[in-house]
Ligand binder design. Structure first.
Ligand SMILES: *[C@@H]1O[C@H](CO)[C@@H](O)[C@H](O)[C@H]1NC(C)=O
Ligand SMILES: *[C@@H]1O[C@H](CO)[C@@H](O)[C@H](O)[C@H]1NC(C)=O
Ligand SMILES: *[C@@H]1O[C@H](CO)[C@@H](O)[C@H](O)[C@H]1NC(C)=O
Length: 559
């Protein structure tokens, strides 16, 4: 009895087991196929694979989304403006929007980088700003161009070069500027305004509260007429001269900073803006010339509306498109550029040792020297990734000789240094007495071209984007175009530490997947350059910026 019952219950157990197995198998089948159409499973799957491939994919999706969200009508654009900046757009905005649409201006809402640089100035009365601007010009007339708009016409100071004239909106565009306003444009490569953290914080708070109103009777004499000076900090420590722009609590203002070791996880640049935040990333203080020992820096510590082409995060210059980008465009000749397939699969850079003033103590902290030393030193310890199973990557330690064949980097000229540091560097970098620079076209023989900061923004960047090569860009400078050039889509961002540089070369220059990705970036950057960085785009951007600044300086026209 018991046996039968047992047999029966056994067979019942078997049936239950079979049933459970079937359910389990169906479940597994559904997970592998049936459910994969659900979003969360797909996103889990894209989280495997090489980190660079994932970054490229994510940023391509970001750009597609950004495109689709842009305003199409004036009404949308005005609403979007108000949503972002909590103000009405300036007078003349409607005309600007019409012109921008007429000229197929892409990413028409994206001005956040510029607007962020402008924001603190809304917290200072315009007559104070005007006074400082005038004082700066009088102290250093050779460094600036002054551009005045008055009653719809424009007048430029002697210092405004031919290049600036090319960047100015068409003369008739001056009619579109309803404000009387003066621009002070920094003609040098280094930024000039770095304001202590508490003052910027206070100005930003005032900017939010003030709306557009300042007391009508506020006159320059009710403020100190002597609140402007330039402090010369060239050839001294650039960080010490500007550190007060960071909160006293910020990591960079602590008394010690540890640089990551070769065994720490490789960090590819995921967020360009936070990766170059000087207050948050203390490693920058020891790895960039502008922070270690700038060549020739004049700093204003009061909020002064000086327009500069590039600046690190702890500077307050107003960002504008450099005139040299227009000049650089003419330098590109596609006849000298090779087809992608004909280019050598390596990373190329040559240039001079600009970036800061080099002494025996400082030269090997500078970004260009460090990059060239690292990529040419076969025994330098590095970290690479290897694919251990399908789409799973693991790090391993090795030395530079494993990827050195994929670099062609050289310093061709030693400049900005003490006699001793010049001599040392000439020996180490093997500079012959008669130095020679590679011709510009030499870069185009390589699939990857590095773009490494000098003293300021890079004059070769747009030309290289335009070329059929991939730009691999290291910079701590923000520029007006930061909202329009998307990392991993239009160029490959590179950290100032360069820890990830060897793996970038290994993956992009030697693997099938990497080369496929790279070819696409090379193509997209050329297309994008011709679509988003045309002369007309830079001119439209100027016009828009002048309107924004005109409004800031003429709040009474809005009350
Ligand atoms: C431009 O400015 C200069 C110097 O301020 C002045 O002499 C000249 O008359 C101005 N030109 C026009 C057209 O306003
Ligand atoms: C601009 O300046 C001119 C000359 O000083 C003046 O006549 C005009 O009223 C000003 N326009 C505005 C909008 O302030
Ligand atoms: C090359 O790297 C090794 C190991 O880090 C280091 O000891 C050596 O000084 C480096 N050589 C140069 C020229 O930088």
């Amino acid at each position: 009895m018991g046996t039968r019952i047992t047999a029966q219950s056994q067979s019942a157990q078997i049936r239950v087991l079979v049933l459970l197995s079937v359910i389990l198998l169906v479940g597994l089948w559904m997970r592998s196929d049936g459910l994969s159409r659900f979003h969360h499973i797909r996103s889990v799957q894209t989280r495997s694979g090489h980190p660079v491939a994932r970054l490229v994919e994510a940023n391509q999706a970001h750009l597609t989304k950004l495109h689709s969200e842009q305003s199409r009508t004036l009404k949308d654009a005005r609403n979007e403006y108000h949503r972002r900046y909590h103000r009405q757009p300036p007078l003349g905005f409607d005309t600007w929007f019409r012109l921008a649409r007429e000229h197929d201006f892409v990413l028409i809402d994206e001005f956040d980088t510029f607007m962020e640089s402008l924001e603190p100035f809304f917290g200072v009365p315009p007559n104070v700003l005007q006074h400082r601007l005038q004082a700066a010009f009088e102290l250093e007339p050779d460094r600036f161009g002054m551009i005045k708009f008055e009653d719809g016409s424009v007048n430029m100071s002697e210092g405004v070069t031919g290049l600036f004239k090319r960047l100015m909106p068409h003369r008739e565009w001056a009619e579109y500027i309803p404000y009387n306003v003066t621009l002070l444009v920094n003609d040098w490569d280094e930024p000039m305004v770095s304001v202590p953290f508490p003052e910027v914080t206070k100005a930003k708070e005032a900017a939010q509260k003030s709306g557009m109103g300042w007391p009508k009777d506020s006159s320059a004499t009710s403020y100190s007429p002597f609140d402007f000076s330039f402090i010369e900090t060239g050839k001294q420590n650039g960080w010490a001269a500007t550190s007060q722009a960071c909160s006293i609590e910020s990591p960079s203002r602590q008394l010690s900073c540890s640089l990551p070791s070769v065994e720490d996880p490789l960090n590819f640049v995921t967020d360009v803006k936070s990766s170059r935040d000087v207050c948050q990333n203390c490693d920058l203080l020891a790895t960039h010339g502008l922070l270690v020992s700038p060549g020739n820096m004049h700093i204003a510590h009061s909020l002064t509306p000086i327009w500069s082409a590039s600046k690190p995060s702890h500077f307050n210059d107003i960002l504008y498109p450099s005139a040299y980008y227009v000049g650089a465009r003419d330098n590109y000749d596609s006849d000298f550029d090779n087809a992608w397939e004909e280019k050598e699969s390596n990373f190329y850079w040559t240039g001079s040792s600009t970036g800061g003033w080099a002494t025996s103590r400082t030269w090997n902290h500078m970004q260009r020297q460090r990059m060239v030393l690292k990529t040419n030193n076969l025994s330098e310890p590095i970290q690479l990734l290897k694919e251990v199973s399908n789409r799973e990557w693991q790090p391993y330690l090795t030395t530079m000789d494993e990827v050195a064949d994929h670099f062609s980097t050289r310093i061709t000229n030693i400049v900005q240094c003490t006699d001793e540091a010049c001599q040392t560097q000439k020996e180490i970098f093997g500079i012959p007495e008669e130095h020679h620079d590679d011709p510009q076209e030499a870069a185009y023989r390589h699939k990857f071209v590095l773009d490494i900061d000098g003293n300021g923004f890079s004059g070769r960047f747009y030309r290289l984007l335009q070329s059929r090569s991939v730009v691999v860009k290291q910079t701590i400078f923000s520029e007006w175009h930061d909202d329009r050039l998307i990392p991993w889509v239009h160029y490959v961002p590179l950290s100032t530490l360069y820890a990830e540089l060897p793996e970038l070369a290994r993956f992009l220059a030697t693997t099938e997947e990497g080369l496929r990705i790279s070819e696409r970036i090379a193509r997209e950057s050329t297309d994008w350059h011709d679509k988003a960085l045309r002369d007309i785009d830079l001119q439209l951007v100027w016009l828009r910026m002048i309107l924004e600044f005109g409004r800031l300086m003429n709040p009474e026209m809005h009350t």
